[in-house]
Design a binder for this molecule. Structure first.
Ligand code: DLL
Length: 425
């Protein structure tokens, strides 16, 4: 793999600013953001008033903990445009996330918001090793999902040549990678695996492709999966994180030179970690639920939003901004099996460590009598690899599961976010 470390002279000044400088900027912007939300969004006026707190009460960054949380249900209650802080003639764009419960979460952007979003995504793509003139194959879905158009904005801002292929039509994905010779690919890790299979089906060696870096996000994936993908494509694999409610992709990004977790672009998004049960603030380094407050967003300011994503905050390395560890999973995706908490990423790690199994998997939960049963569907040639996986899971997670090893293609493939859990209980 080539060294893709970006030239230090091309970084934004704030990426290497001192902690004092970063915190001074955050405090100034946080005051603005709280006041903006309070004055323009009835939900925040009411929630701050109920909590007996006013934006002027924020004197230091740690005072933020006195403000109420915002949760997904608040956005649902204000569907579709009730959380917007600007009149419609200032709205340049709307996105929405599909949501599992039917009602989408709607978010909006002003021209300025789109500019800032483009800037943080450009910063992210640069951290992955891309620069002006490089060709980018953007296979995140275009449309209401923030992935495709969000990456596109940043690619434009950085001066890349974008192939806006979106998701789906896998044979054509491979064809265009082979013909156009992109340096980078942006795609969910699970869809990257489908593209990988298609390379093999077309008798093309993915290691011979032009790709030098893959920028993977929108769903959890493990370091074991990183090694698998890096080895299969002979390219770097780096992690990009974000969520619609906060802006979309580009909230945080892993640097290609360190691959040690994701630097949060703290000049636009203020992170906190809380204990998900009590809501109490956790120290940096402690695991918990990630909470974000936007510092610059005009159309859709978001205050102390509970992401339900589990991770911890770590000090800066390649950049001075703090890192978040690779997300283990969402609290919603945590399975409690006969008293043991399990995340799909733990299953992924075990699967990757078991020889003879392909990296595709789906977890089926059922309750044939009174006991919960977990069955892992995966793929391989040799059914005995399934026993090895079950033994490994028993050993490392402590739960007994059924494993069924099917032929290639038996596990549902994703073209975007993978569906890891099918709950039939
Ligand atoms: O998935 C934004 C995005 C697009 C990020 C493309 C990266 C690349 P939503 O559809 O609103 O937005 O889903 C957000 O996806 O709360 C996490 O649970 C999960 N997620 C996103 N990135 C990662 C990641 C986009 N790198 C939700 N690792 C978030 C783990 C991720 N989970």
């Amino acid at each position: 793999m080539k060294d893709l470390t970006p030239d230090a002279a091309t970084l934004d000044a704030i990426e290497t600013a001192s902690r004092d400088e970063i915190e001074a900027l955050q405090l100034e912007r946080l005051k603005w953001s709280l006041a903006h939300a309070y004055e323009n969004v009835p939900h925040y006026t009411a929630s701050f008033d109920t909590a007996g707190i006013h934006p002027n009460d924020l004197k230091t960054l740690s005072d933020l903990a006195k403000f109420p949380f915002t949760v997904k249900q608040d956005l649902r209650n204000n569907y579709p445009f009730g959380m917007f802080a600007v009149p419609q003639d200032q709205l340049a764009r709307i996105h929405a996330s599909s949501g599992t419960t039917g009602q989408p979460t709607v978010v909006g952007y002003t021209e300025n918001d789109l500019k800032n979003w483009g800037d943080v995504v450009a910063r992210s793509l640069r951290a992955a090793g891309l620069k002006r003139g490089d060709l980018l194959h953007n296979a995140y879905g275009y449309g209401l999902f923030t992935g495709g158009l969000g990456i596109h904005l940043g690619a434009d801002a950085l001066g890349l040549t974008t192939v806006p292929i979106s998701g789906g039509m896998t044979p054509r994905q491979v064809r265009l990678i082979d013909d156009f010779k992109p340096k980078g690919i942006t795609v969910t890790p699970s869809y990257a695996l489908s593209i990988l299979d298609e390379f093999n089906d077309q008798n093309l060696d993915p290691r011979d492709s032009s790709l030098q870096v893959g920028i993977f996000g929108a769903e959890p994936w493990t370091n074991a999966m990183r090694r698998e993908i890096e080895d299969a494509f002979d390219m770097h694999a780096v992690d990009i994180y974000g969520l619609s409610e906060v802006i979309g992709p580009g909230v945080s990004m892993e640097c290609v030179e360190t691959k040690d977790g994701l630097h949060i672009w703290e000049d636009h998004f203020y992170p906190e970690i809380i204990n998900p049960e009590t809501g109490a603030l956790a120290e940096d380094g402690e695991m918990g639920e990630l909470v974000f407050t936007s510092l610059t967003k005009e159309a859709f300011p978001i205050i102390r939003y509970r992401t339900r994503d589990l991770t911890r905050l770590l000090p800066g390395t390649a950049r001075t901004m703090r890192r978040m560890e690779k997300v283990t999973g969402r609290s919603d995706d945590m399975i409690i099996l006969r008293g043991v908490n399990v995340f799909p990423t733990q299953i992924e790690e075990c699967l990757m460590a078991t020889p003879g199994l392909a990296p595709h998997f789906q977890i089926e939960l059922s309750k044939p009598d009174r006991m919960d049963v977990m069955e892992i569907h995966c793929e391989g040639q040799d059914p005995s690899a399934g026993d090895a996986l079950a033994a490994r899971i028993k050993d490392s997670i402590g739960i007994s599961v059924k494993v069924s090893v099917g032929a290639t293609g038996t596990v549902a493939r994703s073209q975007g976010k993978a569906v890891r859990i099918v709950d039939r209980r």
